[in-house]
Design a protein around this ligand. Structure first.
Ligand code: NAD
Length: 466
């Protein structure tokens, strides 16, 4: 299947020529070949998109929620109809293995869009509180800035709730994965949304992204990406007294308590990190194991990782810069005294931005590889002596996005999870729930995505007293 690239921006209901001349190449990280070019947006393109979104806002905000729901349902149906094309596009620009691209990259956004079609129709946008009627009203024009790791999911997790709330949107997707975003814009167009309700500007973060985040016509900035950029965006929004939602980095702990099913906890933990080549903000990259079963867990992890062959089950990293960054962390881990039991920094394949799935043992909590987000297929196994020690290690980073706890009884695991400084914890392998709030404690972010909590980010309240 060939991958399509648009040469313009989607603004005010149509593909329009970009206002600047420059384009950005899109590279397939599996073979380093260019698969297309997209326009590099300028502040003038952002201006045009924000104007279109502002113009469309009063009409969309006044559209009955049931009508908004029907149109979001049409977007959902469009995503389902073009599932194969979406999966092929994500494979081409992110390098995701086809099975992962189909099941997760193309599949999950259909579920999330469907959930907001339903929520838009059923959410209580009005409630009575004593002698008051409280209205949940849309915040206004949303500037959405998304990363490349789950290109379509990150877009849909912002755009669908924003539209459900009655907001209009300008999206600036990651420069590594703009083709999926263009495909999404086409789906929105074909679904028949009114002109200007959704707009797309491709381009570089420090140019188009910065212009969008600081634009005075934007009422709310919703950003997913690195903590470094999130901090800047938060500062700009704070200075303008503007709403901001930040979904940032993570360094989540997979805590295996005594009595847990060790083999299951290790195998599921390894699978969690290897999925998407470790480029998952919520990945459980620190495995915490009791001293008594430490070596057993290390050898189970080494065996499990051996099943993840680069180029087959594990795709490449997104670009050459990320590859160098991840290899740098592996080298650093060795320098700081951690023991490699699988993988290493050497390139496993001749072409493509691949890194070998890597497991470190004898990792101590203060090591760089135990503190910083690596964003690659790298697991650090840490030893703890008792539960308090495990909790101290689990909570001992600046992040708090996700985590897992395993124990013989779910109640034991849940009691431990309640003491963790983190936004989402899976108990004994609990399944992903697309309606559960997702977001960070501490420096992992501000605000929540998905489900009703995700919708409320795009609403503000007004109360009338009678
Ligand atoms: P990034 O911060 O470099 O880029 C994210 C987005 O911000 C891109 O669209 C980029 O173009 C834009 N951007 C970059 N500089 C900007 C600026 N100065 N002003 C405005 N926009 C700018 O992050 P990345 O490398 O694309 O993504 C990886 C990071 O994202 C990781 O740290 C990961 O943990 C995080 N992430 C978090 C979540 C979450 O939900 N918490 C989800 C996925 C990824």
């Amino acid at each position: 299947m060939t991958v399509q690239a648009q040469s313009g921006m989607y603004i005010g209901g149509a593909w329009r020529p970009a206002l600047g001349e420059e384009t950005l190449p899109v590279v397939n990280p599996a073979d380093e070949q260019i698969v297309g070019h997209v326009p590099a947006g300028t502040p003038a393109d952002v201006d045009a998109a924000v104007s279109a979104a502002r113009e469309a806002f009063p009409g969309w905000a006044a559209t009955p929620p049931a009508e908004r729901a029907a149109l979001i349902g049409a977007v959902r149906d469009g995503l389902a109809a073009r599932k194969d094309e979406i999966a092929a596009t994500v494979t081409a620009e992110l390098g995701a293995p086809p099975a992962l691209a189909e099941a997760v990259h193309a599949g999950l956004p259909i579920v999330v869009a469907g959930s907001y079609a339903e929520l838009a129709a059923t959410y209580a946008f009005e409630e009575k509180v004593g002698n008051s009627t409280v209205y949940a009203e849309p915040v206004g024009v949303v500037g959405a800035i998304t990363p490349w790791n789950y290109p379509l999911h990150q877009i849909v997790a912002k755009v669908a709730p924003a539209l459900a709330a009655g907001c209009t949107v300008v999206l600036k997707p990651a420069e590594d994965t703009p083709l999926t975003a263009q495909l999404f814009a086409q789906v929105v167009h074909d679904a028949g949304l009114p002109a200007g309700v959704f707009n797309l500007v491709t381009g570089l973060g420090p140019v188009a992204g910065q212009a969008l985040a600081g634009h005075e016509g934007v009422d709310l900035v919703s950003f997913t990406g690195s903590t470094a950029v999130g901090r800047q965006i938060g500062a700009v929004a704070g200075a303008a007294v503007k709403r901001v939602a930040l979904e940032l980095g993570g360094k989540s702990a997979n805590v295996i308590l005594p009595g847990a099913d060790l083999a299951k906890a290790v195998n599921v933990g390894v699978a969690n990190v290897m999925a998407n080549s470790g480029q998952t903000c919520s990945a459980w990259t620190r495995m915490l194991v009791h001293a008594d079963v430490y070596e057993e867990a290390v050898s189970l992890a080494a065996d499990a990782v051996a099943k993840y062959a680069p180029g087959e089950r594990v795709g490449p990293l997104v670009n050459a810069k990320q590859l160098e960054r991840v290899r740098g962390y592996i080298t650093k881990g060795v320098e700081e005294g951690a023991r490699i039991v699988a993988g290493g920094a050497e390139a496993p394949l001749e072409k493509g931005y691949y890194v070998s799935p890597t497991v470190f043992a004898d990792v101590t909590p203060e090591m760089t590889i135990a503190q910083e987000e690596i964003f690659g297929p790298v697991i650090s196994i840490l030893r703890y002596e008792d539960e308090d020690d495990a909790l101290r290690i689990a909570n001992g980073t600046v992040y708090g996005l996700a985590g897992a706890v395993w124990a013989a009884e779910p109640e034991t695991a849940a009691a431990f999870a309640r003491r963790m400084d983190t936004g989402q914890v899976d108990i004994n392998g609990g399944r992903f729930n697309p309606l559960a709030p997702f977001g960070g404690y501490k420096q992992s972010g501000v605000g929540r995505e998905l489900g009703a909590h995700g919708l409320s980010e795009y609403l503000q309240t007004k109360s009338l007293q009678f």
